[in-house]
Ligand binder design. Structure first.
Ligand code: PLP
Length: 393
């Protein structure tokens, strides 16, 4: 019996990361610390690695029939962690969350229809316009002294003004701001979706990293949401297994699933066996490990904000309620239109360029704090050394 207890190690072996060939750690000059990918450094979950090793040793690489176990494990995890008893029969296993996004665009909209994006937002979403013949309508988050907010009156205005809007792509929790939508906000969003004949594609890939003080409420659990909501998620952020390709489009309503199923099945690809198995092991045995991981990243977000407030007060940043991403506003340094490169040149820390995330991203860099405490301090030391003091501006 696996327990997974106390197996998290707060340590990153850089040589091993580089040798393992992952995207985050390979393309860079050795002196640069990568903090640009939304992937944490503390995997793999040892129990998962052990199970994968068994399959590798047996050479179990043929076609597989893992969909049922995958859907059951997904449902169990979301029930325990997020209070959603998803029906495994309404789970569509697929390859990646972005594939689920594009499949939702295909299934629930027609050429010329519009898709709403809450901007600034995870940059690949901005490819929807150029690649699908749909129009993109930006629902801009607003920022005040407390942080970033979804303004629901603004959303209503967009829906009233553009009757061609058929899909709302929620990023919940929100990448890059770490904002978590409350049940009251979700309830209003669902009301608006029903009123304006809009389907909600709710990308909940970061849900597991929601910190004390906030709670992740799956959109699908909001009363009335089921007929208008598809949930797109996976275990890849939680377990740092992005390369293994296994994700979920989950429904809570058979009729909406039937609409989704009208797109050709082959557009949804098939799951990689190792990815499917990794997710099953993570979801069935990973509770204790993930509890430790989330507690560590909760400490990291406080540590990060404390150090920035004390040592680099010109960086404007708000406490992320979820995700292991910090959305740093470097505008006061006038970093130009490639703030990520600007920051890298001064600090040898590579974050992700804010302007790629659309309106609201100007002057920003997204920085991943999903790493060890020691690595986070190295990152912060470099920021302080590279940006500290007016002489460095
Ligand atoms: C909000 C969000 N959605 C989707 C993805 C990508 O998921 P996948 O690789 O399964 O397409 C990411 C990865 O960073 C993400 O942050």
């Amino acid at each position: 019996m696996f327990t997974g207890r106390h197996l998290l190690t707060d340590h990153v072996e850089v040589e091993r990361k580089i040798a393992s060939g992952g995207y985050k750690w390979t393309p860079l000059a050795p002196e640069v610390i990568p903090a640009f990918v939304a992937e944490h450094d503390l995997g793999p979950f040892p129990v998962m690695q052990e199970k994968l090793r068994e399959v590798v040793e047996l050479g179990g690489f043929g076609y597989h029939l893992g969909a049922e176990a995958f859907a059951e494990a997904f449902s169990g995890w979301w029930s325990r962690r997020h209070g959603w008893d998803a029906d495994p029969a309404l789970v569509v296993p697929n390859t990646s969350v972005l594939q689920g996004v594009w499949a939702s665009v295909e299934a629930f909209t027609n050429l010329g229809d519009a898709v709403v994006l809450p901007t600034p937002v995870y940059f690949p979403f901005h490819d929807i316009g150029p690649t699908t013949g749909r129009r993109v309508v930006e629902w801009q988050l607003v920022r005040d002294s407390e942080g970033w907010h979804h303004d629901l009156d603004d959303l209503e205005l967009l829906l009233v003004q553009d009757p061609g809007i058929r899909l709302l792509l929620l990023c919940h929790p929100h990448n890059p701001t770490g904002k978590v939508l409350t049940p009251a906000q979700l309830t209003r969003i669902v009301e608006l979706a029903i009123e304006h004949d809009v389907i909600i594609a709710s990308d909940e890939i970061h849900a597991d990293f929601t910190y004390p003080g906030n709670k992740h409420v799956p959109t699908a659990t909001i009363p009335g949401a089921a007929p208008v909501t598809v949930t797109l998620t996976s275990g890849i952020k939680t377990f740092a297994i992005g390369g293994l390709r296994a994700s979920v489009a989950a429904f809570a309503d058979e009729r909406l699933l039937a609409r989704f199923n009208q797109i050709p099945t082959n557009l949804l690809g098939g799951q990689n066996r190792l990815g499917s198995l990794a997710a099953v092991v993570g979801w069935n045995h990973g509770d204790d490990w993930v509890d430790e991981l989330v507690a560590l990243f909760d400490r990291h977000r406080h540590h990060l904000l404390d150090r920035l407030a004390n040592e680099l007060p010109d960086i404007r940043v708000h406490m992320p309620e979820s995700t292991f991403l910090a959305w740093l506003d470097l505008s006061s340094y006038e970093p130009g239109d490639r703030p990520g490169s600007w920051l890298r040149n001064r600090t040898n820390v590579l974050g992700k360029d804010g302007p790629l995330f659309g309106s609201g991203g100007e002057g920003h860099v997204r920085l991943t704090f999903g790493t060890s405490t020691a690595m986070l301090d190295q990152i912060l030391d470099r920021l302080v050394a590279g940006l500290g003091g007016s002489g460095n501006r």
